[in-house]
Write a protein that binds this ligand. Sequence first.
Ligand SMILES: Cc1cc2nc3c(=O)[nH]c(=O)nc-3n(C[C@H](O)[C@H](O)[C@H](O)COP(=O)(O)O)c2cc1C
Length: 180
Amino acid sequence: MSKRVLIVSSSPRKGGNSDTLCDQFRKGAEEAGNRVDTVRLAELKIDYCSACYACKTTGHCVKRDDMERLLAKMRSADVIVLATPVYFYTMCAQLKTMIDRTLGGAQQSGLENKEFYFIATAADGKAAMERTIDGLRGYIECLPGAVEKGVIYGAGAWQLGDIQGNPAMQEAYRMGNGIR
Ligand SMILES: Cc1cc2nc3c(=O)[nH]c(=O)nc-3n(C[C@H](O)[C@H](O)[C@H](O)COP(=O)(O)O)c2cc1C
C-alpha cells in the first residue's frame, strides 16, 4: 500500500548534506510507490511559538504564517521525516521552531499514529549526534501513537558535498525504499 511521506528538510544549506540525504530518502520512497512531498523550512516563514496557549482552546495558532499549511501537510502524512544538521550538538533552530509551533492538544490532534524517520548530519562522529536524536525522540514522545522507524546518521560530513560516498547515502535510500 502506498503511503504519504512528508520530508521536512530544515538546513538553511540548500543541496547540503542533510538535504542530499533527504533527496536519497525521497528517491527510495518514490521508487517503492509512495507519494512524497519535501518541504524546505528555509523557504518558509515560520515564527516562534509565543506560548500564549490559544491553540489549546481555539485549535488554531494566533500566528498566520506558513506553519498553517505545513501543519496540514503533517496531519495528512502517514510518514514524517525530520532532517537536521547538528548545530552545537542539537537540532538546528529552524527545526526546533517548527516543532514548537505544533504545541497544544488541539493543534496536535491529527498528528497521532505517525511513523517517523530522523536524518542528521554532523562534522563529528555518530556518538556526538545522539543528543540531537534524543531531542527528536523527545518530540515524538509527546505525540500519541508515534513510532520511530529509523535514524540516518550522516556522520563526518562537514563541508557541502562531504556526504557523497558516505554510507548514510545508501542507508537513506534503503530506509525510504522500505516504506510500504
Ligand atoms: C552553527 C553551526 C553549528 C555547528 N555545530 C556542530 C556541532 O556541534 N557538531 C558537529 O559535529 N558539527 C557542527 N556543525 C557542522 C554541521 O553539522 C555540518 O556541516 C553538517 O554537515 C551540516 O549539514 P547541512 O549541510 O545539511 O547543513 C555546525 C555547523 C554550523 C553552521
